[in-house]
Design a protein around this ligand. Structure first.
Ligand code: AMP
Ligand code: ZN
Length: 436
């Protein structure tokens, strides 16, 4: 079988040469990092004055991890390593309110990122003849613009549909003969359920491939999507801190996600000790971005749990494969592709003075869609009054939550004592979605 490569030399590079390239790029990135007050201070503590002090890839381990909190604390420009005039784009991480995490990109940074997305697309066997409908949200979220430019680079016909408006998505697919989509797996399941209402069947459409990502999903979801839509579905992984999508992508063999190691240096660590775990063992994924100068991030703790798949892939690529994401080390929930922290919900409801002290966040699956139910205890006197007053309160909580977390929750009001009280740490989140 003819294996499609975008850059065969780099994709199949022997490991010693690949590591040499990583080292060269790491030195360059260290030189950029040192321009930021944040890394300058960190490097001083471990005796790194320039990229030349990095003699081998092992020296990277001298540098402490960078966390999401570091990014927040250095908002907005503490990690900016180039002149603002050289920044041509900004993205932020989804689902965070208050202080977001911001990533700056120079023209070269965007070119580097776009290149890896083009590489990812080609690795799935797609070509310039494909019609690509991007159903990820366009905006500060990297899923929209990221894949958009990668697909244009390949020469595909790009339909920048963005998210939502399912019936319109289907019409676009029908009218333009969409062959490839980029979408969250939960949304692609949902779209299938809307086919009958649109008087369409899969055979009226030309879909052949889907890039599914931005949220955890199981192998069974992939298989279900492939069966329902009669397509090939490829797992696509990335995070805004590492540019966005295109950090790791599946090739035509769909046996794990090739990490583009010339762009991202990967470590899998024990989240408790910070020590690297043996190959094949699950741990927290840590990345060093080797190709972005404007916001260098070294040893960034993703909080995603996964493992490196031992052995080689039939496609001949030497870049190692990441397993699907098995979970997260923190309490971030991903609801229909949007990141939500329980603390954001607490912050909103606890501001409303009719609300009592106990609440529970419940997440369920309703068909293919995640449903967020926020159960709130309110003071008993509220139940003595007019029912309209209760409806008004419910509406207010709902609106405030929607404004903060960008998700429309179901709000339930309860009398005090209704919700369970735990003896130790309060368990605020009940995630009833099936585990995989
Ligand atoms: P963001 O920075 O908003 O793009 O969110 C990135 C996070 O989304 C990652 O750290 C993962 O937790 C999650 N994510 C992205 N892609 C995938 C994927 N293919 N499978 C599972 N989780 C994913
Ligand atoms: Zn492969």
């Amino acid at each position: 079988m003819q294996i499609p490569y975008q850059n065969k030399e780099i994709e199949t590079m022997q490991r010693p040469a690949l590591e040499e390239l990583q080292l060269k790029r790491l030195r360059e990135i260290v030189n950029f990092s040192i321009r930021t007050p944040f890394y300058k201070k960190r490097f001083a503590k471990v005796g790194i004055n320039s990229g030349d002090d990095i003699k081998s890839l092992k020296d990277l381990k001298k540098i402490p991890f960078t966390t999401k909190d570091d990014l927040r604390q250095n908002f907005p420009r503490g990690l900016l390593a180039v002149d603002m005039d050289d920044v041509i784009r900004i993205h932020t991480s989804s689902g965070t309110t208050g202080i977001p995490t911001v990533i700056y990109y120079s023209r070269q940074d965007l070119d580097n990122w776009t290149d890896l997305l083009a590489r990812s697309i080609i690795a799935t066997g797609a070509t310039k003849s494909d019609i690509f409908q991007n159903m990820m949200t366009y905006g500060l979220f990297t899923g929209g613009l990221g894949l958009h430019y990668g697909a244009e680079k390949v020469g595909m016909t790009v339909i920048p549909a963005s998210g939502g408006n399912t019936k319109r998505q289907l019409l676009l697919m029908r009218d333009f003969g969409t062959t490839v989509v980029h979408v969250t797996p939960s949304y692609l399941l949902h779209i299938h359920s809307v086919l009958p209402e649109s008087n369409l069947t899969v055979s009226d459409l030309s879909l052949r491939k889907a890039y599914i990502g931005a949220e955890p999903h199981s192998e069974n979801v992939r298989l279900k999507l492939e069966d329902l839509w009669k397509i090939d579905a490829y797992n696509s992984y990335g995070l805004s801190e590492m540019n966005g999508p295109g950090v790791a992508f599946e090739c035509i063999y769909k046996t794990g996600l090739h990490i583009w190691e010339d762009g991202y240096f990967v470590e899998i660590i024990d989240p408790e000790t910070g020590e690297e775990v043996p190959q094949g063992q699950q741990g927290e994924v840590v990345f060093t971005n080797l190709i972005r100068a404007a916001t260098p991030l070294l040893r960034y703790r993703t909080r995603d749990l996964a493992f490196l798949i031992p052995g080689t892939c039939e496609c001949g690529r030497t870049h190692r494969r990441l397993s699907r994401i098995m979970g997260r080390t923190d309490d971030m929930m991903i609801i229909n592709g949007v990141n939500v922290f329980p603390s954001q919900i607490e912050e909103v409801i606890m501001k409303i003075h009719e609300v009592g002290t106990n609440y529970l966040i419940q997440v369920e699956k309703d068909g293919a869609i995640d449903k967020l139910i926020v159960k709130v205890e309110i003071y008993s006197k509220m139940f003595l009054g007019d029912a309209r007053q209760l409806d008004g309160l419910k509406g207010r909580i709902k609106d405030d939550l929607r404004a903060s977390i960008v998700i429309n929750p179901i709000v339930e009001l309860h009398e005090p004592g209704f919700l369970p009280i735990s003896e130790g740490k309060a368990k605020r989140v009940l995630d009833l979605r099936p585990k995989f």
